[in-house]
Design a protein. Structure first.
Length: 30
């Protein structure tokens, strides 16, 4: 597995977690 796949995977997972957190607790991101 290339480091590029690891990097892209980590970024996509981080964005997904961020979006879910923003949907669940929007008051924290206002």
């Amino acid at each position: 597995m290339s480091w590029l796949y690891v990097l892209c995977g980590a970024i996509s997972v981080g964005l997904l977690v961020y979006l879910i957190a923003a949907l669940l607790k929007p008051e924290n991101f206002s």
